[in-house]
Ligand binder design. Sequence first.
Ligand code: AMP
Ligand code: TRP
Length: 346
Amino acid sequence: MTSTPDLPTSAPVDPAALPRSRVFSGVQPSGLPHVGNYLGAFRSYIAMQEHHDAIYCIVDYHALTSTHDGELIRRNTHEMALGLLALGLDPERAVLFRQSDRPEHTELAWLLSTVVPVAWVERTPSFKEKRRNQPQDINHGLLTYPVLQAADIAIYHAKYVPVGKDQAAHLELAREIVRAWNARYGDYFVEPAAVFSDAPIVKGTDGVNKMSKSLGNVIDIFAEPEMIRRQVMSMVTDTQRILRTDPGRPEVCNVCQLHRFFSPTEYESIWEGERSARTGCVDTKRLLADRIIAYFAEARERRRELAARPGFVEEVLQAGAARLAPLARETMAVCHDRMGLGPVPR
Ligand code: AMP
Ligand code: TRP
């Protein structure tokens, strides 16, 4: 079954307004979740578990393309799962699992790769970026990364994929890959659509780049409050506001932008204070730090509770993978059948 989702892939979407469907998303085990992950993606994961058949995955196979420190991957996988559960991902409603516990993903990636022209993956922006950023380790996995991502989604026939805007090119490619396979072997896979939140690209504390662990410009969710305060106070604001008496421009100030989400009933008056130079950047940052610390206080407490339950995270991940086994096996059986693998049917 193929469906072309009637969704724009660029506009923010109210997850609750979409017809009930299968949802899939993946996150790299890159350590502690940050505010960019939350506003761009995790909020949608949690919102979508209410109305959809949601599957979320910690993509440890993908992580191997950027680090070969096994101990770190294992620890970060656990940490990311713990963070998602603390933020409200409910294992009773959504499936949470570790990618390497369902090795069918890698097999499907291989099968899909045979219909993917090399040029498609060579021109992927993330590949070009990684080639620049890790010139000492341009491994083959980096090239095939988006094919594995397409397999993650396709194996469960997911239609909606909540992600940040940085994943837009990967999602476009996933659609093309699925289309290429369907054209060759007959309609089967669903063409997935990205679902973006109203904060599709959150900028980091440098005020310029996307918030990202690897750039060291993050505001952590689960760090100690003092650390969060330090991170927020280090934020670059409107660079044209030099004197305290200069009017601020909330539209370009990242601190003001984050107030939209963390001070939703008040941000307009905060913006007005900046525009009229009634308030200074330091006050606005202090308030933002208080708001972010308060916003995640409950999640931080819950993380502490869950961390104290030995084996809990591991149980959730393994139960998640077990629940997906029939679906993954069914997809692989259909692929084997259509692609000519295995014995001659009797
Ligand atoms: P990653 O840690 O790169 O696997 O990201 C997990 C999810 O968070 C993906 O859907 C990303 O698109 C999203 N994400 C990461 N950083 C940001 C950001 N700065 N702004 C918006 N979304 C983000
Ligand atoms: N590439 C995504 C990222 O870096 C992670 C990912 C892997 C993913 N497989 C996926 C996201 C499938 C959505 C769907 O964030």
